[in-house]
Design a protein around this ligand. Sequence first.
Ligand SMILES: C[S@@+](CC[C@H](N)C(=O)[O-])C[C@H]1O[C@@H](n2cnc3c(N)ncnc32)[C@H](O)[C@@H]1O
Length: 249
Amino acid sequence: MNDLIRQIYETGVVEDRDGRKYDVFPSSISRADGEAIYRVVRDSGAVRTLETGMAYGLSSLFMLQAVKDNGGTQHVSMDPYQAAWWHNVGLANVERAGFAANHRFFAAPSYNAMPELLKAGERFDAIFIDGNHRFEYSLIDFIFGDQLLNKGGCLILHDPWMPSIRKAISFIVRNRDESYQIVPEYGIGADTRWRASMKFLKALRENPYDLFAARFFARKTLRNYCVFRKIRSISQEDIDRAWDVYCSF
Ligand SMILES: C[S@@+](CC[C@H](N)C(=O)[O-])C[C@H]1O[C@@H](n2cnc3c(N)ncnc32)[C@H](O)[C@@H]1O
């Protein structure tokens, strides 16, 4: 593993270009999640990757390392608050780790940057969604991510502990099952019947209308990320033709 990544997790501290220090948590991904994301990208052989939400650049470092180990060329990050909230630490970390030549950054929200990439005809092999965690923004990241992702590629959503992210995952499972399958090897197990019942009741109490999501997630032990594989590309024309398809989620 990259020395800078090791050092950041050992000290729990990151530094900006002027040497000012910041606590890496709670905003950054855990080491375990980062290593899992590294494995997903590495195992899939991805050579071009993208992430929404960079913060202090931990996921960027893991993905850049995997892209490099795959002999790849580029990782794209987008974050409108890299300067204002994160003191450009993410970008400084990418430079310190020696990855700058393989990194492209958009100081813009994903709903602006992703359409630009789409218009330019760019495609990616793995996409990590970790930007604005509200349901509607995660769904927008998925919709654009889907159009940017090559067939066979992986789409990873972070933080399925959040109801908003679970809802976005439910949408994909219910409405895009022809194109996407959850990859169980990366963190999904079956829960005992007793635990599943308790989780189901708890989820329903929190969100009484969320019947599908409550049932779906009650039966599964999820880690803090959910990995989908794109098994089929459906053309935008076919999606537009099936304009009235809808499954509650
Ligand atoms: C949980 S943090 C990301 C953590 C990071 N991936 C890591 O590895 O530590 C969420 C990030 O999303 C960014 N963000 C918020 N709104 C966004 C948007 N519309 N598009 C892209 N990023 C956004 C925030 O500035 C923040 O850096």
